[in-house]
Design a binder for this molecule. Structure first.
Ligand SMILES: NC(=O)c1ccc[n+]([C@@H]2O[C@H](COP(=O)([O-])OP(=O)(O)OC[C@H]3O[C@@H](n4cnc5c(N)ncnc54)[C@H](OP(=O)(O)O)[C@@H]3O)[C@@H](O)[C@H]2O)c1
Length: 228
């Protein structure tokens, strides 16, 4: 099967490309740094020729609401339009758990706009609403940092592969301890996540969610071993 992974150089895309190659698919990683750009359309029609499935795991370069909205709208319109023209059989997009529950986040509204366009486009599609990946801890910490302090919400949170529900604050605390990061961490129920106020229902998985089995501590330990 020919599969185009849009965002194939990113955190999730690069892992996906490796796995699909191992499964003997013909895989094209698409990204601006590889000469394929869904915002401008550059290289897109050529890449999609003869493609069975497009998996869109691209991301906006900025998380600011307007920039993200512009990215996900323009990019998705270009990608789906080119996909329909090229006869792509299935379009898969990675979205985020709770997108309908955090309307005060511009980034999350942009993801919802991406979903809406795909649903209305007429292409065959799957939208996967994933929880946060373990690897996101560093980015969450960075986004919440002012000076050498950070405020993180204690709202319930269940990273994607894990069987454990935990306060987001505890997730970040583990990350800071494990990386010997000296920044000071405060649990703050008013702290925002991508601009969204959180409660215990915002980021938690729905009734029919699929859960992983790997605890964050075990995953982190394995990462450290693999780096040695
Ligand atoms: N990270 C998480 O925990 C998580 C959880 C749930 C859902 N998601 C969703 O998963 C998606 C991927 O997230 P990520 O963290 O893996 O992203 P990421 O690491 O920031 O990677 C972004 C990717 O998008 C590509 N890209 C940027 N602009 C592009 C353009 N104009 N045309 C084509 N490709 C472009 C980048 O290419 P270059 O390398 O060339 O810049 C890169 O490959 C996002 O939509 C996010 O909302 C993420």
């Amino acid at each position: 099967m020919k599969i185009v992974v849009v965002g194939g150089t990113g955190l999730i895309g690069s892992k996906l490309v490796s796995k699909l190659v191992m499964m003997n698919h013909t895989v094209i990683a698409a990204a601006p740094s590889l000469g394929i750009n869904t915002l401008t359309g550059f290289g897109l029609n050529h890449a999609l020729q003869g493609t069975d499935v497009v998996v869109d795991v691209s991301n906006s370069p900025g998380i600011d609401g307007n920039e993200a909205l512009d990215f996900f709208q323009t990019s998705t319109v270009n990608l789906v339009t080119a996909g329909l023209y090229a006869g792509v059989k299935h379009h898969v997009a990675l979205s985020i758990v709770g997108v309908e529950r955090m309307p005060d986040s511009g980034y999350i509204r942009a993801k919802l706009a991406q979903e809406d366009f795909i649903r209305e486009s007429g292409i065959n599609y799957s939208i996967l609403r994933s929880a946060q990946f373990f690897e996101l801890a560093g980015r969450i910490a960075e986004a919440a940092t002012t000076g050498d302090e950070m405020n993180i919400s204690p709202a319930a949170f269940q990273p994607v592969a894990g069987p454990v529900l935990m306060p987001m604050y505890e997730f970040i605390r583990y990350y800071l301890n494990a990386t010997e990061d000296p920044r000071q961490l405060f649990a703050d129920e008013h702290a925002r996540y991508y601009g969204a106020a959180l409660d215990d229902a915002s980021l938690t998985p729905g009734e029919h969610a699929r859960f992983g089995k790997i605890k964050y501590e075990d995953w982190f330990h394995n990462q450290l071993i693999n780096q040695q």
